[in-house]
Design a protein around this ligand. Sequence first.
Ligand code: HEC
Ligand code: HEC
Ligand code: HEC
Ligand code: HEC
Length: 209
Amino acid sequence: MEILITSFSLLTLLVVAILIGTRGRPMRFFTAFGESMKAIWANRGPLFWVAASVFLCLGFVFFFYASPATRIGAVQPISFSHQLHAGIKAIDCRFCHPYVERSIYPGIPPVEKCLYCHNYIIANHPEIRKEHNYYNSNTPTPWVKVFYLPEHVLFNHQRHLKKEIACESCHGDVKKMDRLKGTRFKMGFCLKCHRAKKVNVDCWLACHS
Ligand code: HEC
Ligand code: HEC
Ligand code: HEC
Ligand code: HEC
């Protein structure tokens, strides 16, 4: 979807640029463009191939890093949005992730919790119907996990939250994300903050089980 929006906006910009550049006679652009393409193709030398590869690489970089579609995370079974719930509706993170201070498994809320509200709010929305289906058939919602640690690392939220480290410093600006863009945490990320805050960096003892 976002790819479509991006491409569409780029196309619109291009059309506007052509219209302005040819003062309202777009066909001029195409004839001129055709002529110059023919000329370039006829005289193609090393420079042509260099330019073409640079162009391709830039396009690649754009779609992998800059386009909005790549800035959001995995598709989830229900199109749940943190931006809507935690941001706009300002529901506390701990309402849905209540074990975050107490357990190494902060927990993803079971659908019962969604239904506290959604039995009343937009109860017939197709996405909410899916919640009912999961609930009635006793199937846990197959949420896709997006934040990972290497298997040999133990992470405990508790000590971090006691020191009032914000969720955002590790999970990014969750309140502005529809779909969470996860990450695979690397040790460097943990160590950078531990060094800055002068915490134990004797990681083999502290973090590795
Ligand atoms: C505290 C109340 C509350 C809880 C709990 C809650 N929601 Fe919502 N949800 C809302 C409100 C308010 C809206 C906005 C309704 C509207 O658009 O009128 C909403 C909207 C939605 C929408 C529709 C978004 C759209 O595209 O219009 C989905 C899907 C959704 N919630 C899924 C969930 C899921 C899944 C859970 C459980 C993990 C959940 N909600 C828990 C209050 C809640
Ligand atoms: C209305 C319930 C609700 C609220 C409020 C909420 N979350 Fe979530 N959270 C979910 C659901 C459902 C998932 C699983 C689906 C997903 O990843 O989008 C989830 C997933 C996550 C995950 C990803 C876990 C993983 O590895 O997949 C993180 C991190 C997270 N939430 C952090 C937060 C933070 C931080 C806040 C507060 C700013 C917050 N959540 C508020 C319901 C909620
Ligand atoms: C110091 C970094 C850090 C902070 C701060 C932090 N988290 Fe996490 N969080 C992690 C890491 C690392 C994982 C992955 C743990 C794993 O896979 O074992 C994680 C996983 C999660 C998960 C997914 C758990 C699951 O069962 O898949 C949720 C939900 C979550 N965090 C919510 C929160 C909330 C809410 C806050 C703020 C109250 C918060 N986190 C603050 C680092 C952090
Ligand atoms: C934003 C800063 C920050 C980040 C990022 C962070 N930590 Fe921490 N961590 C702290 C602070 C501050 C403490 C000290 C808490 C205390 O004194 O009880 C701590 C303590 C710990 C401890 C306990 C150390 C001890 O002395 O026993 C472990 C284990 C740990 N962190 C693991 C991790 C891992 C694994 C990651 C990466 C996924 C991580 N931390 C990322 C700030 C951070």
